[in-house]
Each structure stands twice: as C-alpha cells, then as structure tokens.
Design a protein around this ligand. Structure first.
Ligand code: SAH
Length: 353
C-alpha cells in the first residue's frame, strides 16, 4: 500500500487520518502538526510513544521528498541532489555553502514549459507542478542532510532557481513562501529568499501586491526583444518594455531592487554594443545585474564567451553606472547547472520518468 504523506495535509486531512484511520486521540493531531511544521521526521516526534511512531511509520511518511542521490563537489562544498517524489518523478537541487550559511536552490516544477534555448530543464517540457509541501520538503530534506555533516549547518537562504518557472505555479509557490517563513515552522526570513522568473508579467504584478518581501530576480538575458525572442520564447508574449515596467512596479510597491539575471552567450548577447544597450534600458531602474557565463549544456549549441569578453561586458556596464557582478561558478565538477543532473540520470537509464 502506498504510504500517506503527512506534510502538506490540511488540519482536516490530518485529523481524518490520525483519528479516523489510526484511531488515535484528537490531541495527537496538534502534536504531529507542530512537529511537521518544524521539519521533523516521524522518528523525531519525541513526545509520541514509540508504538505510535511505529504505527505512523507503517502508514505514512512525513516528507514527500526523499534524497535519492547526492554528489559533493571536490572544488568547493557545493552538493547536488536528485530527489524522488511520491509518484516516482525525480527533481534536482543544489546547496551551496557560504560563510554566512547554506543557500539552497529549489525546484518548483518537474521540468519546465518555458522553452529557453540555453536551459536543460525545459528539454522534455513540463511534467507537472510541485505542491507547496514538495517545495518545502526539499528544504526539510536538505536541512536534515547537512545537519548530519555539521550540526551547526542549516539552510539559511533559498533561491527558487532550480527546474521550473515559479510563476507558472504561482499559488503553490506563494503558499510555500508563507509556509517556510512561518514563525512556528522553519522561520526562514523572506529577505533571504529569491524568486526567479523568466518574466510572466501579469504574475509579476500580482506578486508585487502579495506583500512578500523576497528578492525578485528577472531572467533578462538580452538587451532587446530581437535578441530575447531568439533565446526565450516567453518574449513573444511579453515584450521587454512590459517586463521592465512590471519590474518598476515591483520596485515601487516593495521598495526592493530587482536583480537581473544575464547569461552571457557567445555570439548572441555579449558584445560591448549589447552592454551599452542594456545599460541604456536599465538606466534609472533600481537594480543589480548578475552576469552568468553560460553553463554549457551539451544538448544545445551554445557556449560561454571568453573571460576577456565577460570582463569587457562587466566593465562597460560598470562604466555606465549599472551595478553588476559576475556570478562565481560553483560545483563545476558536478553538473551544477539547472536540469543537467536529472537529464543525465534519466539518460543513463538509472532512473525512469
Ligand atoms: N524559470 C525561472 C527560474 C529557473 S532558472 C527563470 O527563468 O528565472 C534559474 C536561472 O538560471 C535563470 O536565470 C535561467 O535563465 C538560468 N539558466 C538556465 N540555464 C542556464 C545555463 N545553461 N547557463 C546559465 N544560466 C542558466
């Protein structure tokens, strides 16, 4: 019999399960809910009797996310994960260790349907959305994993930059953000969370009105629509002016700057003329530009430019008074880029879709 998943059950569902199916007293429901909120496993629910924990374990799991495989970089301490979902789909994630704490990159969908030309996550399209519990479950599973390596370690920052388009799964993503920030739960500050979107304008505007003070990252990757349309199909639906207007709205509503992600791709978007055009477009917008030399994806015919070209692009933006940095590469030896690990595992036949 397939086990039930406790995390993500509503109070009514949990009550039905604990009281009606397991025949336990109602008092247990609150206790179990409290443990789940804090990310405990059934074994960790120490105010339940051993017998009840056994009973629970026979019928249920706490977390819908199970770490299937992990790969640790020998260069830095970056670690990648393949996770299994209850329906046997697989997703991936990566944790990066910084001086101030661990940053976890979470997935929001199995696959993605946005079709960006440089991205491995979208190659097989979208399989399904993740539930809020499945997004939260990634944080809980990695917390438990890193804690075993060092009891001081825990996820401190979260970036929604794994597989999937967060705003294509808007309601579950907002529910996750509220849940992970819950003082009774993991209590991770929204200021330590970044949500990255390819630019779904209507959802960006709705999100500005949610009152969730996270950092909004916008995957721009081009200085104009002509270049953007070539690499990001979403640009056919929402032009750059509309996207930048939505960014201005976000800044106005939240008082927070927007971060622009710009993957530098050889012969596509990294000339000095592109830097000039980008600087002109962003003038006056409270923002930071994150330059990412493209992670080569072997299925795509796109590559990163030379170090010199990257440096020239950065210099030009800086000269034009645009705040910009080049993202440090981490986990280069473990297929750090999004969607690569899952694809590799599927292609090797080690896992099935
Ligand atoms: N769908 C969301 C979030 C997931 S992707 C979005 O588009 O923002 C997270 C970031 O990684 C995005 O900026 C995306 O464009 C970028 N990215 C994807 N593939 C990449 C690659 N091969 N090299 C560099 N950046 C990549």
């Amino acid at each position: 019999m397939e086990k039930r998943v406790l995390l993500g059950m509503t109070t009514e569902e949990l009550t039905e399960f604990v009281v009606n199916e397991l025949g336990e007293s109602k008092f247990r429901v609150g206790q179990i809910a409290q443990w789940l909120n804090r990310g405990a496993d059934i074994d960790g629910m120490t105010n339940l009797s051993a017998a009840l924990r056994e009973k629970l374990k026979n019928a249920a799991v706490a977390n819908p996310i199970r770490i299937l495989e992990s790969y640790k970089s020998k260069i830095d301490e970056t670690e990648k994960f393949l996770y299994a979902l209850p329906d046997d789909n697989v997703i991936e994630g990566v944790v990066m260790r910084y001086k101030y704490g661990d940053t976890l990159c979470v997935s929001t969908q199995v696959g993605c349907r946005m079709g960006c030309a440089f991205c491995a996550s979208t190659l097989d399209g979208r399989v399904r959305n993740l539930t809020a519990a499945e997004i939260l479950g990634q944080v809980i599973a990695v917390n438990a994993h890193v804690k075993k390596q060092d009891p001081e370690r825990r996820v401190h920052n979260i970036v929604l930059m794994g597989s999937g388009e967060p705003f294509d799964n808007y309601d579950e993503v907002c529910a996750f953000l509220r849940k992970v920030n819950d003082p009774e739960g993991l209590n991770i500050s929204l200021r330590n969370i970044s949500v990255s979107t390819c630019g779904l304008v209507d959802k960006m505007r709705a999100f500005a009105d949610e009152g969730l003070p996270v950092t909004l990252s916008l995957s721009l990757h081009a200085p104009n629509d002509a270049v953007r349309v070539n690499i990001m199909p979403v640009a056919k639906k929402y032009g750059m002016n509309e996207v930048l207007d939505a960014c201005r709205y976000y800044v106005r509503k939240t008082g927070r700057r927007v971060v622009f992600e710009y993957a530098l791709i050889k012969n596509v978007n990294c000339s000095v003329a592109c830097a000039d055009e980008l600087a002109a477009k962003l003038r006056g917008l409270q923002c930071h530009v994150n330059l990412i030399p493209l992670n080569d994806v072997k299925e795509r015919n796109l590559e990163a430019p030379s170090k010199q070209e990257v440096a020239a692009f950065l210099k030009r933006l800086t000269e034009r008074n645009i705040s910009a940095t080049v993202r440090r590469e981490m986990g280069a030896d473990i297929d750090g880029a999004c969607g690569q690990l899952r694809r590799k595992a599927l292609a090797d036949g080690r896992l099935q879709l």
